[in-house]
Design a protein around this ligand. Sequence first.
Ligand code: ACO
Length: 324
Amino acid sequence: KTILSIQGAAKALPSRRVSNHDLMQHLDTTDEWIVSRTGIKNRYVVTDETTASLSVDVAKQLIETHNLLPETLDFIIVATMTPDFATPSVAALVQRDIKAVNAMVLDVSAACSGFVSALSVAEKYLVSRTYKKGLVIGADCMSKLIDWQDRSTAVLFGDGAAGVLVEATDTKSSYDYIESLKGVGEMADSLIGGEQVNTSLYAMNKHTLTPYLTMNGRDIFDFVSRTVSKAIKELPSDELSSFEYVVAHQANLRLLSTLSKNTGISSDKFLTNIEHYGNTSAASIPILLADKIEDGTLKLGSNQKVLLAGFGGGLSFGLMSVQL
Ligand code: ACO
């Protein structure tokens, strides 16, 4: 049986680290409020880096570590809601800079569910043998979307990118791939931002634009604690019990403990690193994968089963299993 296999992971962060104490210089907030509500202590924020430059950094690390010839990559998929341009895609910019001349390139826009959506697309290419090898990257610079005067959102997010090298691999193990991805568009307004000005000669903008990210925190909390928890509990029960770890979107620690409580999955199976990075949107799951592979908690080639769980803007969620 052919499955998606993760060969390696890498991450790239902006050079500027911003602590809660740094934010207290600009915003009416406290370290205590941020830590107790979210678990976040630090985040990284771009200065001269871009969504594409961080993604290129990730791609170069994967190429170097795995001694890859860039022309052997069949695809580059980047999950992002903060691309540098409407066109070219971030994936195309990565392709240009690493000279992956044979790759198909594609960006996936599914906010904080984006990395799981992108990996699910890659899984279809690999299992159907359309393509054999590629990069899947999650990258976001949420700092571009945030109203830095709005303490209710400015403290939550961070910038970053991370990704994985994936290949089609044949396995004799009994592993059954499972996935569950869904949009809940009727909650679209619960997390909204980045509206683009229509500068057309014929445009009639009769409403106030929403360039900054606005969020109804309560709606999102309810969406995760009800809808996402229910979707996890509906996964086949023998599969659910076989997961050694859950690598979930790092939005905030209280959300993760609510997910644990509502699904009955023990809280020590939920890996976390949010205190260092904040909510990095599409980058949060691959940054967590990269960190936990680096510290040895996750072991590539060990057949560990892991549940990836993304959720966020759309609203949307994506659950998928990976065998390491
Ligand atoms: N510092 C200090 N006080 C603050 C701050 C801040 N940074 N932000 C808000 N407050 C104040 C509010 O003004 C409010 O004051 P008031 O009671 O005087 O009006 C008070 O704190 C409580 O505000 P709430 O918004 O009710 O805070 P809550 O306890 O609900 O926590 C939070 C907010 C953490 C966002 C919560 O709603 C939550 O966890 N939501 C989940 C959504 C989430 O994590 N979103 C991330 C992005 S989406 C995603 O990635 C899926």
